[in-house]
Design a protein around this ligand. Structure first.
Ligand SMILES: NC(=O)c1ccc[n+]([C@@H]2O[C@H](COP(=O)([O-])OP(=O)(O)OC[C@H]3O[C@@H](n4cnc5c(N)ncnc54)[C@H](OP(=O)(O)O)[C@@H]3O)[C@@H](O)[C@H]2O)c1
Length: 339
């Protein structure tokens, strides 16, 4: 089978499509013939050598794929061979074939395309978990979403729309604001030409927001914390600020690390604020929790309340272009790789 390998730390040119033996499903696993695989910011960080959870290089990464079950391991009866599934893959998803525990292969709702299927698991589980489980979003709250036009960002905006009267603020490059409005973002903010902290304050009459979803890190976590109203919640779930170019930049890394905020329980108590973290990659053992969230998302998809927005689809052979597409900040929504 063919797969996209990150051969070593470096720019997009280190990606290679290589042929290898077909994997065989082990006990409890199904094998999925991949029709579309999601590309995530984590994969870019893995290529840059900035993702501590990534497998040792050279490696095939990929947290999600959609395809058709084509073989069952010993002891597995469902999902049956031939079932269209979306799969949560802890690496190896960017390949023609991937084996996963049967519980991580969820039958796709009717009408969902493989590209949509590959766009759902990581982006929507992250946004759903952060908004509903961790931040416990309530009607009429105000939510600031960073990287709002990215995969998780659009998922978060769509999920906010499922709760009555929620007002959303989204940071994104100016060219994406029309798309953001279409996705229900009330206040797109161009963080590149203005200080979003000042803009959010202006738009909220100085009061700030109830929830900040922040995958940027460093000084932005400080800004997000300052923007919280009493009883506000900051959810940290990424450190995209570390990725400043096609190659790892040690000076930038150092600058970002020294700007990390320090929170103390006494400070949080007196400020009436909460700071929480989300790393879906560390929830792999929580099958019940993930299944509950995935079932809710499939239900929302079937009701038409959420719809993954696939920005671009690249064949495996053009994986380097797909990485560049995200790193040059051109994507609105999900980037998908197809074998
Ligand atoms: N903790 C978790 O479990 C978890 C799970 C999924 C994702 N994440 C994190 O969530 C964030 C969003 O992921 P995603 O897959 O949704 O992202 P994505 O779709 O790849 O978003 C890319 C967009 O983010 C913006 N951006 C901001 N800073 C950037 C930078 N330094 N380099 C390149 N683009 C940058 C750009 O849009 P604009 O120019 O419009 O800003 C770009 O088009 C990432 O930090 C990721 O690591 C965390």
């Amino acid at each position: 089978m063919r797969a996209i390998w990150i051969t070593r730390v470096g720019g997009p040119e280190v990606l290679e499509v290589r042929d290898g033996p077909d994997p065989a499903p082990r006990a409890g696993e199904v094998r999925v013939r991949v029709r579309a695989a999601g590309l995530n910011f984590a994969d870019i960080m893995a290529r840059l050598g900035l993702y501590p959870d990534a497998p040792k290089l050279p490696a095939v990464v990929g947290y999600e794929a959609a395809g058709v079950v084509d073989a069952l391991g010993p002891g597995v009866t469902a999902p049956a061979v031939g079932t269209r599934v979306l799969a949560m893959t802890r690496f190896g998803g960017q390949a023609e074939l991937v084996c996963v525990p049967a519980a991580q292969a969820v039958p796709m709702p009717e009408g969902m395309s493989f590209e949509e299927g590959a766009a759902l698991p990581v982006n929507y589980l992250t946004a759903y978990h952060a908004l509903f489980r961790v931040a416990a979003l309530r009607p009429r709250e105000k939510v600031l979403v960073h990287m709002a036009a990215g995969g998780v960002g659009l998922a978060a905006l769509q999920l906010c729309r499922t709760v009555e009267g929620v007002e959303t603020f989204g940071t994104a490059s100016a060219g994406k604001h029309a798309a953001l409005r279409q996705q229900g973002c009330d206040h797109p903010i161009d963080y590149r030409s203005q200080d979003y902290e000042a803009e959010v304050r202006r738009l909220t009459g100085g009061r700030g927001v109830d929830i900040v979803l922040d995958p940027l890190g460093g000084k932005d976590w400080k800004k997000g914390y300052r923007l919280l109203r009493p009883a506000g919640r900051l959810v940290a779930y990424g450190f995209a600020n570390l990725a400043s170019g096609e190659k790892r930049d040690y000076l930038r890394l150092a600058q970002e690390m020294v700007q990390l905020p320090v929170y103390t329980p006494i400070g949080l108590m007196n400020d009436n604020r909460a700071v929480a973290g989300v790393n879906m990659g560390h929830l792999w053992g929580e099958l019940e929790l993930l299944a509950e969230e995935m079932t809710a998302l499939v239900g929302l998809y079937q009701r038409g309340a959420i719809r993954p927005h696939v920005d671009a689809t690249f064949p495996f052979a053009r994986a380097a272009e797909a990485h560049r597409h995200i790193q040059s900040r051109r994507n609105v929504g999900k980037v998908v790789l197809v074998p």
